[in-house]
Design a binder for this molecule. Structure first.
Ligand code: FES
Ligand code: FE
Length: 456
């Protein structure tokens, strides 16, 4: 059964809507829906915490969240990475108050209880006078019950009974591997994650990264006009080298690529691509990577990635990088966007600096692309909160490419999992995201929802 408040009627009727490619506008700003999401989705899904490369040394830590709950992402003196609830066992104060650092222990600022970087209670003031019988081994910081990693990406799950991370990623790993297993060393985080607030719902960015290709020509027109991005790479509806993959274990990915022979690798230079090989990828995966200009996708609920090559100036060559994102819920109409820049471990320090600069100038908080998106998204949250949307149960159109609406048909012979269509003119990835959301919110198996709503 799905925990949380009683369901609004529109949620229960959503199977019909989704079959027709419709979505109730209210899901983007509704307190009751939001409260249920924190309990049914964020407390029961694998939520991205950070990358192992952010904590190279014992004692390294960073503050992170699951839903709105504060956690400490920390590598203990024993080398083990843990996700600890940032709440003192004495009276609940936050024991870690610095965003990132290195510590042997966390000492609570309230009454001075101190905890080892493994979470164990280490010291209690006036122990001999006031707590002679206290068994400190029973008063460690609470820990996320499940912490698992994939390609160094650490996820936590607050549901002890959840299926494993790998099982949850399922077939979608085929696409994740292409982003994270190109070289022997894999991808590493450069610098610290940037964070900024936007007055939009967390699902806005998450669905966008599932393949909202058609917004590029409109929302990001000014970036295209100044010529710092190749229009072919940016993609436009109907361009023949765009692929959308939807219904892949509840996830989706958008791929833009050149013809079958040119080597692009997201514009990584030869000094980086020389390290790409098939030791961790299949021939088919590496062949897809070789032709690629842009990949973007979302692992439900709020982990997204964007693999792309861009530049910050017409005079300088494009540089490839991987942006990893978390869309952190901060209220029904508020999101904290987190953005990590990653590159292959083997890249030179000089290239890492260059990739970081390009990443920040394009999809960082003041990036040329990013500013466009966050100017548009708050309008959706504003509309979703209107009384008009509520009394009329306003539905949005997610029908692009659905059934007879579009000309794209599934690609035959596609080597990866999921349903692949050779077109950018579709919203199948966004529909996939909302089917998964509907399944989690109503406590149904994804397969049951797919049977009710259909593929596509
Ligand atoms: Fe932490 Fe009292 S609340 S020591
Ligand atoms: Fe955008």
């Amino acid at each position: 059964a799905a925990p949380g408040a009683a369901d609004p009627d529109f949620l229960l009727a959503m199977g019909d809507d989704l079959r027709q490619g419709l979505l109730p506008l209210r899901v983007f700003n509704n307190q009751q829906i939001y409260d249920a999401e924190l309990r049914r989705i964020f407390a029961r899904s694998w939520v991205f915490i950070g990358h192992e490369s952010e904590l190279p040394h014992p004692g390294d830590y960073a503050m992170r969240t699951i839903g709105e709950d504060p956690f400490i992402f920390v590598r203990g003196h024993d080398g083990v990475v843990r996700v600890l609830l940032n709440a003192c066992r004495h009276r609940g104060a936050q024991v870690c108050r610095t965003e990132m650092g290195n510590a042997k222990a966390f000492t609570c600022p309230f009454h001075g209880w101190s905890y080892r970087n493994t979470g164990e209670l280490m010291g209690v003031p006036v122990k001999n006078e006031g707590y002679r019988q206290l068994d400190t081994s029973k008063w460690s910081l609470f820990e996320a019950p499940r912490v698992e990693s994939y390609c160094g990406l650490v996820f936590a799950n607050l549901d002890p009974a959840a299926p494993s991370l790998e099982e949850s990623l399922g077939d979608y790993k085929w696409y994740l591997d292409i982003q994270f297993k190109l070289s022997d060393g894999g991808m590493v985080v450069i610098g610290e994650p940037h964070r900024w607030m936007v007055d939009a719902n967390w699902k806005q960015g998450a669905e966008n990264f599932c393949g909202d290709s058609s917004h590029t020509q409109m929302t990001h027109r000014s970036v295209l006009d100044v010529g710092i991005v190749d229009r072919a790479a940016a993609g436009s509806p109907g361009k023949k080298h765009g692929f959308h993959v939807h219904d892949c274990n509840g996830y989706a990915i958008s791929i833009r690529q050149v013809d079958d022979t040119a080597e692009r690798f997201w514009e990584y230079p030869p000094e980086v691509t020389q390290h790409f090989n098939t030791r961790r990828l299949s021939e088919a995966q590496l062949a897809l990577a070789r032709r690629s200009l842009v990949h973007n996708g979302t692992v439900f609920p709020n982990f997204s990635f964007l693999h792309i090559g861009l530049t910050d100036s017409k005079d300088r060559p494009a540089a490839g990088y991987l942006s990893v994102r978390a869309w952190q819920p901060r209220g029904p109409g508020r999101t904290e966007i987190w953005n990590w820049i990653m590159v292959p471990k083997e890249a030179s320090e000089e290239y890492k600096r260059r990739a970081y600069q390009v990443g920040m100038s394009s999809f960082g908080p003041s990036g040329s692309f990013e500013q466009d998106d966050v100017a548009v998204w708050p309008g959706v949250a504003r509309s979703a909160a209107t009384v008009f949307a509520e009394i009329n149960n306003v539905k949005l159109n997610y029908q692009m490419g659905l059934g007879d609406m579009g000309t794209a048909t599934p690609v035959t012979g596609w080597e990866g999992p999921g349903v692949a269509v050779q077109s950018n003119a579709g919203e199948g990835g966004l529909r996939t995201f909302h089917k998964t959301w509907y399944a989690r919110m109503t406590g149904q198996e994804l397969s049951a929802v797919e049977a009710e709503v259909g593929h596509g």
